[in-house]
Design a protein. Sequence first.
Length: 515
Amino acid sequence: MVQPYKHEPFTNFKNEDHREGYLTGLKTVEGYLGQDYDLVIGGDRISTEDKIVSYNPSNKEEVIGRVSKANRDLAEKAMQAAVEAFKTWRKVKPETRADVLFKAAAIIRRRKHEFSALLTKEAGKPWNEADADTAEAIDFLEFYARQMLRIKDGVPVESRPNEYNRYDYIPLGVGIIISPWNFPLAIMAGTTVAAIVTGNTVLLKPASTTPVVAAKFVEVMEEAGLPAGVLNFVPGSGAEVGDYLVDHKDTRFVSFTGSRDVGLRIYERASKLSEGQIWLKRVIAEMGGKDTMVVDSDADLELAAQAITASAFGFSGQKCSACSRAVIVEDVYDQVLNRVVELTNELKLDDPTDQSTFMGPVNDQGAFDKIMSYIEIGKEEGRLMTGGEGDSSKGYFIKPTVIADVDPQARIMQEEIFGPVVAFAKAKDFDHALEIANNTEYGLTGAVITRNRENIQKAREDFHVGNLYFNRGCTGAIVGYQPFGGFNMSGTDSKAGGPDYLMLHMQAKTTSEMY
Ligand code: NAD
């Protein structure tokens, strides 16, 4: 009997054993820094001359690994391997497919601190953020495996006398998995295994700044017993390999997580029929956010300030769910703002391998430049309260930045910055605050801090986001507990870690037999 699902607990690093465990993981990772990783196509390892070099964002000199880079020919080869493997994998029993995920979860759990330490090195995640990413990857494996067991026999439908009707979910075909760097283990693994456990075969194209952790995950899936050709590993340029695969006639679906602009491009390209294509491609797209926390006049103001600070600056604000807008009802505005500034000034910005670091670097030079340019815009659009400076001499470090008195229509209130910057706007009353909260094109997460039950109800109905939280921050959704995905330009509201997520990778077949 499979045990009921429970999310993986977060590690308490105050415990000496866990602390030691993480440090041992770090040593293991340091032992393999700079190695080469191959493509995996139909079970074969293929090395290319051209490599993606993954660097430590805290220390640009340190190479995490060199990963072979697929071109169009290799992408085509991988597509053919996936098409071939689909013929057999789709018929493998759902229980057997689920077992691969259960075993992969066990392997990652055993190597938990090593994976977290790798996330610290490759993505710049402080200990607790890295630990949460690894835990979420384990959760996706455990949760989707159980979901598959739940839906494997289809859904009952009515039958009349002498008639036997069935409604079964069958896989779609070959899927392209395109993942972002900000949850380089959890989202990459979650989107990959949801497609695999449902009987599809995939081509995985990870983000170019975090390909090593993806390569390690592919090894885990092989060790867990996944047959050759089911998971093909094709790191490469989004523009070259990404477009080619999205356009391909044999692509049945695309599961994308990333920015709004790339998501829109994929959605549009996938809608065009390629020669020889005989289906409408399905697109699962999880895109950006511009997430708001609203503070009511009748709120626990200390809770509000703590939650805004943690949601804005955890992992340097590089979460699609991060709080980048704080909308405060005017009679408590100054109090909340000043307290957030105080708390922000206490945050330690440093190398994330140091246990006491709260915030590490941002992703790369491109992210650094983009965030710094938004900070300049923010200085024009509002009052800089703290932060505003960056240093990219060794790694890409930007101070947590608070900008006050910003117009709700200002650019830093509307555009996704994806960095440690939060803008404050004043609202006349709670209704006005909700109006501001809804005034972007996004709709991913939001939070309301209030003691007013009527206002909670109002927000429940009118705050238009996929994930709405009350009296807590707006980050930190847990698989199976707070299924995650947004409205409007935040994507197709495909709720990762939710009860209906697997169905997005399947199609329902009705059969009817007369006796
Ligand atoms: P990105 O859009 O730049 O890249 C995402 C992936 O798309 C990468 O693997 C990239 O190589 C690939 N890509 C780029 N061009 C492509 C093309 N033409 N065709 C196919 N693939 C292509 O995003 P990012 O910088 O890696 O991640 C940050 C973004 O992701 C933010 O906007 C964030 O809000 C969003 N995000 C959303 C969620 C969610 O669940 N909604 C979760 C995490 C991140």
